[in-house]
Design a protein around this ligand. Structure first.
Ligand SMILES: Nc1nc2c(ncn2[C@@H]2O[C@H](COP(=O)(O)OP(=O)(O)OP(=O)(O)O)[C@@H](O)[C@H]2O)c(=O)[nH]1
Length: 410
């Protein structure tokens, strides 16, 4: 069956497919902005395309030179593709590797074309080297293919592996059958190679576009749920994620504690040191808070200099200990720049599902009241949310206390 396929027609089809995939990658690279990798893949594909065209039309161009340059260009193309994968993953790109591989192929092809004209040797050598380089690409993509990019890495990695296995198979077949019956085996092998190259071309180009698409989607998702300054959850995603965590805690009946944290006298920091320093102090605050959180805890910016921490599995007592540790750590380590220490303290209100139920809004309301109390009682302290019947009395007392402090300040 492969022997019945017309090699020239397949060659033309492969050239057109490779050209389309190269154009696709070029357009994607054009729009990718700072995304690394796509330009390498477009360039690599272009080199592979030139190599394939030279190989397919070797009888119409200069036979010897086209054979030598075809394989050199294909090796260089796969090498540049490999560099693109490393660039995409943020790894170093040792450019000498692909250049050395391409020069080696050029030298060997030259020898086995102009000094010893040996077709099987040329096919075996080029297939082994191209297979090895495809294997390197596959390895780079498949190990380790971590979430959330895994599906895209696997798609592209297995396509590269398909190329590597196909080329190794080609080398083995050429080694076994070509020397004994070159006429009978060459045409079917060429047809199968061209068909395989077509599938690989489409698979790899789609795989690279898929990888870029995955990364863009992940970045957009991250942007939509994070606060730009502090990289904590923004208010909307905090509400969504906290409600989901609380629902699970309710179903599985374990306590969860919400802490509302607010920087003390932050306006003074802004007024004294400027807004930029204020921003840096907020980031410093978040960094310190994170050091006391576990992987499953949530940290979100509720507004201005106010943050919410949600600690699943922690009852009031343990959560108060965490809050105290955070408060003390912030007092102990002021933000420092150019030798000017900027002292920072925080007040916190703590509310646990044990006393106040599993509604996010209710927990926020009572933790906010406790925070208000912490501020009124002098700041730099942790206050527990009151029992519901205590709240009204507390509120009246606090209003009086707050008014009294305000009068003293004035
Ligand atoms: N630099 C900076 N300042 C911010 C940001 N968000 C809010 N603020 C400032 O935080 C300050 C909050 O002031 P207030 O609400 O009066 O609170 P406070 O000065 O911290 O006083 P207490 O909360 O009562 O201790 C305001 O000056 C806001 O401009 C921000 O992203 N960056």
């Amino acid at each position: 069956m492969p022997g019945e396929l017309d090699v020239v027609t397949l060659g033309v089809a492969l050239s057109l497919v490779t050209l389309s995939m190269t154009l696709l990658l070029c357009v994607a690279a054009w729009h990718a902005g700072s995304e690394k990798g796509l330009r390498h893949w477009a360039l690599g594909n272009f080199a592979i395309m030139l190599g394939l065209v030279l190989n397919v039309y070797q009888d119409h161009i200069h036979h010897g030179l086209s054979v030598v340059f075809a394989y050199t260009l294909m090796t260089l193309g796969i090498g540049v593709t490999w560099l693109g994968i490393r660039a995409f993953k943020g790894q170093t790109q040792p450019q000498t590797g692909p250049v050395i591989a391409a020069l080696t192929v050029m030298l060997l092809m030259w020898v086995f074309r102009f000094h010893i004209d040996h077709v099987p040797a040329r096919i075996v050598i080029s297939s082994v080297i191209l297979s090895g380089m495809s294997l390197l690409c596959a390895r780079e993509l498949l190990i380790p293919a971590e979430q959330p990019m895994r599906t895209a890495y696997w798609f592209t990695g297995f396509t590269a592996l398909f190329c590597a296995v196909g080329l190794a198979f080609r080398a083995a077949l050429s080694f076994t059958f070509l020397p004994s019956s070159p006429e009978a085996s060459l045409v079917p092998m060429q047809s199968v190679t061209l068909l395989g190259a077509m599938v690989a071309q489409i698979g790899l180009a789609c795989g690279f576009i898929l990888m870029t698409h995955y990364r863009t989607t992940i970045a957009l998702h991250h942007l939509s749920e994070r606060d730009a300054l502090t990289n904590t959850l923004n208010r909307r995603s905090l509400q969504e994620q906290a409600s989901a965590v609380l629902e699970l805690a309710n179903q599985q009946a374990y306590p969860t504690t919400l802490i509302m944290l607010d920087a003390d006298h932050f306006k003074r920091i802004n007024d004294k040191f400027g807004h930029q320093t204020g921003d840096a102090v907020l980031c410093h605050l978040v960094g310190r808070v994170r050091q006391h959180l576990r992987n499953d805890d949530l940290l979100g910016r509720f507004g201005g200099e106010e943050f919410i921490l949600l600690l699943p599995g922690l009852d009031t007592e343990s959560a108060v200990q965490v809050a105290e540790r955070i408060r003390q750590a912030l007092c102990a380590q002021p933000w420092q720049n150019d030798e000017i220490p900027v002292a920072l303290s925080v007040s916190m209100g703590v509310a646990c599902t044990d006393q106040h139920g599993y509604s996010f809004d209710t927990l926020v309301g009572v933790a906010d009241a406790a925070l208000y109390r912490a501020k009124a009682l002098g700041r730099n302290r942790v206050e527990l949310a009151s029992e519901p019947d205590q709240e009204l009395q507390d509120e009246m007392a606090l209003r009086l206390l707050s008014q009294f402090r305000h009068n003293l300040d004035v």
